[in-house]
Design a binder for this molecule. Structure first.
Ligand code: MN
Length: 453
C-alpha cells in the first residue's frame, strides 16, 4: 500500500519533470516562487540548481505567504512556466486561473479542489502521505526535477533533506518518501551518514557556545544558557574555550559520556556533505543557516549560498546567524523568567518586542524540549503586528496522536474572527485582528478541548 502511494506520487512528479524539460528546451525563463523559510529556500534551490545544470534560466521570488493578490500580479507576468515550491497547494483556486503551465510542489494541507489541466500538483497529502513528517516542500520540489538530465539529479537530493531538517521532519531519522530521498543522496555518494555528537559549530565556536547554541536535541541546563554550559564544561574538566574539533580523543569521549547523560539523543546520525566547506558540511546546520537568512529577510543570500556563492555571502550569513543566536539566548532567558501563559488546553507566549517576535516559535519548541515549558499542552506564539496578531502553533507527536490538529484548529478559530490560518497537524499558523485576541484564545481552547474528545 505504502509503495503504491509513493509510486503514484512519483508518477505525478515525473509529469512535472517532463514539463520542466519542455520549457528548458524551449529556452523559456522559468518563474520560481517559494516560501521564505529554510525548507522554502532549499526548495527553490533544488529546482534552480537543476535548471542551471541543464543550461536553463530561472527567475525566483521568495515570499512569506502566497496571497490572492500576489497570484493576480503573477498572472500579468509573461512567463510560460510557474513553479510554486513549499507553497501553492492552499491557493490552488487562484493558481488555477493562471494561463501558463504551472507546477505546485508543496506539502502543506491542500485546498479541496481539483487542479486544472495546465497545473501539475505534487503534494504528499493527495496520495495519503503525511506532509508534516514524510515529505518536505523541498522534497516535493526535488521529486519534480529528480529525473531531469541524462543521469537524473540524485546528487541534489541533499537539498530535500536540508528542507526536511528545516521543517523538523527528522526527529527519529527519516521515513517514507524522505527515506527514499535519503537513499538517493547516499547512492549519489554526495551524502554520508555517521554517528557523532549533534552539537553545532564544531569547527567555528568555542565549546561552551557550541553547547549553548545546540537546539536539536535540546540539552537541559545547557541549551540557551552560556553560563550553564561554561560551568558544565569546567565540572567535567574540559576547557570551555577550546573548539570541539581541537579536543583530544579521550576528551571527546568524556564529553560524549556526559552529554548522553543529559540527553541520549545527542549522540546520533549526522548527515554530511563531505566535499562541502566545514560551515555547510552538516545538513542540519545548513538548514539553520538558511533559517537565519530567512528570518532576517535575506532570502537572496540564502538562495545564493545554495547556488554556490561562498566567501562574502557566507560571511554575511554566518554573521546573521551569530546575531540570531544571541537573540535566541535572550529569548531563552525570557521564557525562563516569565514562562508561558496557560489556558486549560494550551499555553501561549505573547510579545510586542521586535527581536522576541522573530524567534518566539523557536524558543517555544526548544523551551518545551528542555523542560522549561510544559510538554503536555500545544503552544501558540502570538506576535503583534500593528492591528493584527501573527500566530504560530506547535505541538508534539504525542498530542497529535491524542487528536490535536493545529492546522484545523487555527483555521477554524481564526476564520471565526475574520482572520485566516492553516498548516500541518503538528505545526501551523494564523493571522487574526488584534482586537479579537481574547475571543480567539477562548475559542481555540474550546476547539482543542473538542479535538481531545
Ligand atoms: Mn515546508
Amino acid at each position: 500500500m505504502t509503495l503504491k502511494k509513493q509510486h503514484s506520487l512519483l508518477n505525478r512528479a515525473n509529469e512535472a519533470c517532463d514539463m520542466v524539460k519542455k520549457h528548458i528546451t524551449e529556452d523559456n525563463i522559468i518563474r520560481i516562487i517559494s516560501h521564505n523559510d529554510a525548507d522554502g529556500i532549499s526548495a527553490a534551490a533544488v529546482v534552480a540548481n537543476a535548471i542551471k545544470e541543464e543550461g536553463g534560466q530561472f527567475h525566483t521570488s521568495i515570499v512569506s505567504r502566497l496571497t490572492r493578490e500576489f497570484v493576480r500580479e503573477l498572472a500579468k507576468e509573461s512567463y510560460n512556466l510557474f513553479v510554486f515550491s513549499d507553497m501553492g497547494s492552499a491557493c490552488l483556486k487562484y493558481i488555477n486561473r493562471l494561463k501558463a503551465d504551472v507546477i505546485i510542489a508543496d506539502h502543506h494541507q491542500p485546498a479541496k479542489i481539483e487542479a486544472n489541466a495546465n497545473v501539475v500538483h505534487i503534494n504528499p497529502h493527495l496520495f495519503g502521505i503525511d506532509g508534516s513528517r514524510e515529505l518536505s516542500g523541498s522534497g516535493s520540489s526535488y521529486l519534480a526535477i529528480r529525473e531531469l538530465g541524462e543521469n537524473g539529479k540524485k546528487h541534489l537530493a541533499y537539498f530535500a533533506l536540508i528542507g526536511a531538517f528545516g521543517d523538523m521532519q527528522s526527529q527519529n531519522g527519516f521515513s517514507s518518501v524522505n527515506k527514499l530521498i535519503l537513499e538517493d543522496g547516499l547512492e549519489s555518494e554526495v551524502l554520508k551518514i555517521n554517528e557523532d555528537l549533534k552539537i553545532v559549530s564544531k569547527s567555528e565556536e568555542p565549546l561552551y557556545k557550541s553547547l549553548a547554541y545546540t537546539l536539536n536535541p535540546g540539552l537541559s541546563g545547557l541549551t540557551g544558557d552560556l553560563k550553564g554550559s561554561k560551568t558544565f564544561l569546567e565540572k567535567i574538566g574540559l576547557s570551555y574555550l577550546v573548539k570541539f574539533v581541537d579536543l583530544e580523543g579521550d576528551e571527546r569521549n568524556i564529553l560524549k559520556d556526559e552529554l548522553i547523560k543529559i540527553n541520549p539523543a545527542i549522540f546520533a546520525n549526522i548527515y554530511t556533505i563531505p566535499k562541502e566547506i566545514p560551515q555547510l558540511r552538516d545538513l542540519e546546520e545548513y538548514a539553520y543557516l538558511l533559517d537565519s537568512c530567512g528570518k532576517n529577510k535575506k532570502f537572496g543570500l540564502g538562495l545564493g549560498i545554495c547556488l554556490g556563492e561562498r566567501e562574502k555571502a557566507l560571511d554575511t550569513a554566518i554573521d546573521l546567524q551569530k546575531k540570531y543566536r544571541e537573540q535566541l539566548i535572550k529569548g531563552m532567558e525570557w521564557i525562563k523568567r516569565e514562562g508561558s501563559i496557560n489556558l486549560n488546553h494550551f499555553q501561549y507566549l505573547y510579545s510586542e518586542d521586535k527581536d522576541l517576535k522573530r524567534i518566539m516559535g523557536t524558543i517555544a519548541s526548544v523551551g518545551i524540549s528542555i523542560g522549561l515549558l510544559p510538554s503536555d499542552k500545544p503552544i501558540l506564539t502570538l506576535a503583534r503586528l500593528h492591528d493584527d496578531i501573527k500566530i504560530s502553533g506547535r505541538t508534539t507527536r504525542e498530542m497529535v496522536e491524542k487528536g490535536v490538529n493545529l492546522g484545523k484548529a487555527l483555521d477554524d478559530a481564526s476564520r471565526s474572527f475574520g482572520g485566516q490560518g492553516g498548516g500541518h497537524d503538528i505545526a501551523a499558523g494564523a493571522i487574526i485582528p488584534f482586537n479579537q485576541k481574547d475571543n480567539f484564545l477562548n475559542l481555540f481552547n474550546d476547539i482543542v478541548e473538542h479535538q481531545l474528545g
